[in-house]
Every structure is written in C-alpha cells, then in structure tokens.
Design a protein around this ligand. Sequence first.
Ligand code: PMP
Length: 428
Amino acid sequence: MMQRTVFRRAALLAQQAALESSLPTKNMIMMLRLDRCMSSVSIPPPACMLRPLEAPFRYLFGPGPSNVPPRVLAAGGRPIIGHLHPEMYEIMNDIKKGIQYAFQTENNMTISMSGSGHAAMECAVFNTVEPGESVLVAINGIWGERVAEIAERIGAKVHTMVKPPGGYFTNEEIEQAMAKHKPVLFFLTHGESSAGLCHPVDGIGDVCRKHNCLFLVDTVASLGAAPIFMDKQNIDILYTGSQKALNAPPGTAPISFNERACHKMFNRKTKPVSYLFDMTHLSNYWGCDGQPARLYHHTGPVSGFFALRESLAILAETGLEESWRHHKEVAAHLYKGLEDLGLKLFIKDKDLRLPSVTTFAIPDGYNWREMLTYIMKHHQMEMTGGLGPSVGLVIRVGLMGYNCQKTNADLALAALEDALKHCKKSKA
Ligand code: PMP
C-alpha cells in the first residue's frame, strides 16, 4: 500500500514536471508505466496522450478557418478569468460594441454565441420560428440547405427557392415567393462560401417588412470582407462566425436581433427547443434584457471571447471601409493571376464575387482532389473543393482577414501553377 502511494506520488510529480516542460521525459513515461501496473483502472492512459501536441503550420487558404494574427492568438492565451467576473462582463460589453460596429447596427440585442456559425444559425431559427409556422429559404449553395433542414427539424413549414450554385435571386422573385408562402422568416446567405457568391441585399428588407416577415441574413463568410449594413438594409437578424475575415479562432459567433425580431421571439406561445440557445437566457447573460443581475446560464468560452474581442478591435482599428477595400483589391489580384494561369472564374459577374472566397471551375481533365492533395503535400497549403451542391464544380481559394495579402495570393497562385504542371491530366 505504502509502496503504491510512493509510486503514485512519483508518477504525479513526473506528470507535473512534464506539464511544466510540455515534453514527457523518459523518466515520466517509466513512472507512468509503473503506476499503470499498480493501478485500479482497467483502461490505461492512451499512448498518444503521453506525446506532446502536434499542430503543424498550414497556410489556410480555403474557405475557413483562416490563419489568425499573433495578437489574437496571444489574447486567447491570456489567463482565464471567471465567466461571471465583472471584468468578463466588461469584455462582453466591449464585444457587443465591436459587433454593433461590424454589423452597423444600434441593436441592443447583440451578443456572441458560445459556438460556431451553426450555433448562430440555429439560435436565429429556434427563437423566431414556432412549430407549424411558414419559413422561406433561398438556396443557392449549401447554407440555405442547412437552414431549411434546421427549420424542418423544429416542425416549421419550409418553402424553398432554389438556384444552382452561383445563382442569385431578384427582389421580384423573392417578393413573389413571399406573397405565396406568407413566411414569418426569410433566410438569405450574403456570402455563399460554397459557390463564392456575394448576394445583393438592398431592398429585400423592405420587401420583408411589406409582407410582415423577418429577414435573416448569414454573413459568416462575408463579414469584414464585403459591405453589409444591418440597420440601413432593414435586416432583422444577422449573424456571422469568428473564423473567417473576422480573424479569430473558430468557436464564437456574433448575432444581433432588432426590435421586430425581439418582438416575435419574446412573444412566443411555445418555448424554443434549445435551452442553451434560448434568447431569454442569453439576453440576460449578455446584459441585454435590462435586468440588474446577470445570472448563470452556461459557462461562456472565456478564451474564445478574449480572442473575439481582439479580432473586433483589429476591425475597429482598420475600419470597415478599409477592410472591404483591401479584400476587394487582393481578390482582384488573385482573379488576374488565376486568369493568367488559364483558369476560369466560376462567378462571371465581377460585382457578385465574394471577395473573401474565390471560386474557379475545375480545369478540364484534372482531378480536383489530386490537385488539392498535391498542394497540401508540397506547399503545406489548404485550398478546398466545392461543398454540397458545388462539389465537383469548383475549387475554392480563401484569402481573408490576416491572410488577405497580395503576397499570399502569389503563394496560392504559385502552388496552383505547380499543381497544374505536376498533376497529370486524368478523368475527374
Ligand atoms: N454560413 C456560411 C456562409 C459559412 O461559410 C459557414 C462555414 N463555412 C457556416 C455558415 C457555418 O459556420 P461554422 O462552420 O462556423 O458552424
């Protein structure tokens, strides 16, 4: 018994020492093995857990996540504070102001989800739609498909307008569908990352108001890269993700609701299906409900919020207009280089191209998977094929946030040129 305690203590000390140095020593591994022989647990610690973490450097030139600036990584690495400490509330208040600037909104009901873009997508639908209500979804890529499925899962009557990837909807088409289906919510993707399309938004909010319908817009792939004005464009609910042009690690997702949206979601007959995403609780957690006390609801991702605050600070320092201009300029440099390589841009109309994610048609006779594997292997660079309905149609190159630099566009072009030379033409 005594001997066993000694072994345990030695193993613990070894563990602690290794934690401090981040590298397991030979002694530590021996001690752990000894400890394991004496242990009452039948499942041993996995060998992989006794090796240090390995995360290679990659050029993340796909549709996201994107590489993150050192200052944002450093912010995420700061010591944890309690999620209900006054300092954390201050940081959350700052985040709220940063999102209001990024969205161009004065909405009080502006928060960040503790979760990825999908969390914001579900939060928007779960809170504003009740079972049996009609929802209209514009599908011109994968994100509309996702929202249609989410709304279907909560028992909404889902109506879709469908165009092939790269297609877009006129305001007249949207109004016709709205008049026919009388939805309580209309969903549109601003930056369709699966096709590389930036959908026009002007005037749609007015159509929604005329038909007493809420306007929900996804800007996960476009925020910071292409202009969006939540208040001026009469968008009722807007969300984004942290990991693209916003420059933060994945895992947080800003979302904002205007008065019309709040009126609908706080006058429901039924409770939203999700406790975690229930805006009555989240609005209190974020200090948006006017109550004097902010109560425990869930433990927010403290490090993720530190990083998000820093990324919003970068956007505020840079300025939205400069960020949009810069993304457009770098994207134009990339378009020229792609065309010089003989590649065909997938979105023909320049004004409809999403500056953060560029798509080009898979060159004739090439196997896109082979090209992307080659680029990863020889250039440590991620580019991506299509997603959902655009699979097999396009290759996607994302240059956003920290990665949005002409030098990075040149690296991507050099990698593509190399892949075109070396990937033998074969049937895709
Ligand atoms: N919407 C769009 C336009 C996206 O590009 C993405 C992510 N690629 C999402 C939603 C989903 O975001 P997440 O992966 O962070 O859940």
